[in-house]
Write a protein that binds this ligand. Structure first.
Ligand SMILES: Nc1ncnc2c1ncn2[C@@H]1O[C@H](COP(=O)(O)OP(=O)(O)O)[C@@H](O)[C@H]1O
Ligand SMILES: [Mg+2]
Length: 157
């Protein structure tokens, strides 16, 4: 593990480690925050969301919203919006889909392929980049706001 002021690198040796990172993030993320999840197809972005939602008490199936662009999860007290913008062709589709209305204090937004919505998305508090490392994965977390920084510090413990 390598920690600097606002960034953290974690080795994720197996799928369970990716789920565990999601669970750790669940404890420091809060409604009103936005997380960008970057990395190629199969890097583990959806797996991380799965770990996060399970840690927040969601027992159902977490499917990839590749075709629907978004999947909402209503949890006790707040909503998690899980976006997958892979199939978005133009950042303006974000507004066309009415996602701006999702932006509120009651929602936590987790965004796969945020680069597809550049310019339209709310700014991120935290960016998580997953990369392949042989058969395993490596996560690079970067805090982009004060709240994100607090979350990163928690995750580094
Ligand atoms: N740390 C890890 N080490 C090895 N395999 C992993 C790890 N994390 C996830 N995986 C595997 O990689 C794949 C990730 O798929 P998925 O989460 O759908 O990727 P993405 O959403 O980034 O396209 C799954 O098959 C999962 O089992
Ligand atoms: Mg995915």
């Amino acid at each position: 593990m390598h920690v600097s002021d606002d960034s953290l690198i974690l080795d994720l040796p197996d799928e369970a480690a990716t789920l565990a990172l999601g669970a750790r993030l669940a404890h420091c993320l809060a409604p009103g925050m936005t997380v960008y999840l970057e990395g190629e197809l199969g890097a583990g972005k959806t797996m991380l969301v799965r770990g996060l939602l399970r840690a927040l008490g969601f027992a159902g199936r977490v499917k990839s919203p590749t075709y629907t662009l978004v999947e909402p999860y209503t949890l006790s007290g707040f909503i998690v919006y899980h976006y997958d913008l892979y199939r978005m062709h133009d950042p303006r589709e974000w507004e066309d889909a009415g996602f701006r209305d999702d932006v509120g204090e009651h929602a936590l937004r987790l965004v796969e392929w945020p680069e597809k919505g550049r310019g339209s998305l709310p700014p991120a508090d935290l960016r998580v980049t997953l990369e392949l490392a042989g058969d395993a994965r490596r996560a690079h977390l970067v805090a982009l706001s004060e709240k994100g920084k607090i979350c990163l510090d928690d995750s580094a413990r």
